[in-house]
Ligand binder design. Structure first.
Ligand code: FE2
Length: 357
């Protein structure tokens, strides 16, 4: 069960330096490429003749050639050549999907193409803004995307899963700082947590170059169905909030299948912008942090399958935001089922007040 009428991330823009990118999205095999005039194209990864994946063939100029009998298809999905004959059967077409490049990502619309309005793409401008510096990467996770939403909305797990990097010691468990959870416009859940006067976890003493006490806050944001952002702010207690180092961590999830997820991520910072070695240190640190999540999520998915059970088996306080997001998702699925033209314009994900106490 997936929300269809919404923009999902299909790829990072820079992946299109390759001839094409083939990826299963919402259980549909899709092949994507950037044409010579710079426009993105997305088609079913399927030759209508003998059902070969077009990605098993090759790209010739701005066309895809099936690797079995050489039939060729344009970016618009029209057959342009059938070797050995001059007529083109009218059924020789491949379904296409709206796809748009914005803020360094390729956004795809898997639902009703007549509803694919570019104005519905959520704002991710920090990812390609000169005022911010991104450290980006990708994880493939063998778990349903809702388990990732749960994980990202409940950051108390940092204490136990990520104690080497962004977690605090258990004596100062993040769960001891309960977040204020709000729901907005029936499509956003925010969990805002303040952690004043704490010992900096290793990652933050490294980026702040500071060993003394810090004020830290984090706002976990979920936009239905599967875009998440964590705003993280830190500053030494002697300094004021306006000087804080701020990171926007984008966790942009696209279901691959019911049991697997594409996890496109980017840690975007507003400090030490020109330090490319810091960009790389952060990228490696975040990648290994998310490796830790991957282990948890994949074990959890497996347990659910083996035991035939759902989560949470028992709800505790830290589940408030994840449960609210699951309810919004269920409602959206229902709304879309009842009205196939149902779309929601996403509000601003990070309004200014996210930074204020
Ligand atoms: Fe995590």
């Amino acid at each position: 069960m997936f929300v269809k009428n919404v923009w999902y991330i299909a790829a990072f823009d820079n992946e299109f330096e390759q001839p094409f990118v083939a990826r299963r999205l919402l259980d549909v095999p899709v092949i994507m490429f950037r044409t010579s005039d710079g426009v993105l194209a997305a088609l079913d990864d399927l030759c209508p003749h003998r059902l070969m994946p077009l990605s098993s063939g090759k790209r010739i100029d701005d066309e895809l050639q099936c690797g079995y009998h050489g039939m060729r298809f344009s970016a618009e999905g029209h057959c342009t050549c059938v070797p050995g004959q001059t007529n083109i059967p009218s059924a020789a077409t491949v379904k296409t999907y709206p796809i748009i490049s914005r803020h360094g990502f390729a956004w795809i619309w898997m639902g009703d193409p007549t509803l694919a309005d570019a104005d519905l793409i959520p704002d991710m401008h920090w990812h390609d803004s000169p005022d911010w510096a991104p450290s980006s990467g990708y994880h493939h996770i063998n778990a349903n995307f809702t388990l990732l939403n749960d994980n990202l909305l409940d950051l108390s797990h940092e204490t136990y899963v990520h104690h080497r990097t962004i977690g605090n010691g258990e004596e100062l468990s993040i769960a001891h700082y309960p977040p204020e959870v709000t729901t907005e416009a029936n499509c956003i859940v925010r969990a805002h947590r303040e952690m004043p006067r704490i010992v900096p976890p290793p990652f933050f003493s490294m980026t702040l170059r500071h060993e003394g006490l810090i004020n830290r806050w984090q706002v976990a944001i979920n936009l239905v169905p599967s875009l998440n952002i964590t705003v993280v702010g830190v500053h030494p207690v002697e300094q004021d909030r306006a000087s804080a180092y701020i990171g926007h961590v984008l966790h942009l999830l696209t279901p691959e299948s019911e049991t697997s997820t594409h996890y496109f991520w980017s840690f975007i910072r507003n400090y030490r912008l020109d330090e490319s070695d810091l960009t790389e240190i952060i990228r490696k640190g975040i990648a290994s942090t998310f490796d830790e999540d991957k282990i948890i999520l994949e074990r959890q998915q497996k347990q659910m399958e083996v035991l035939g059970r759902q989560v949470p088996g028992v709800a505790i306080r830290v589940d408030e935001a994840p449960i609210r997001a699951r309810r919004l998702l269920e409602q959206r699925l229902k709304d879309e089922q009842e009205n196939p033209s149902y779309v929601v314009a996403p509000p601003a994900l990070i309004p200014e007040y996210s930074y204020a106490q």
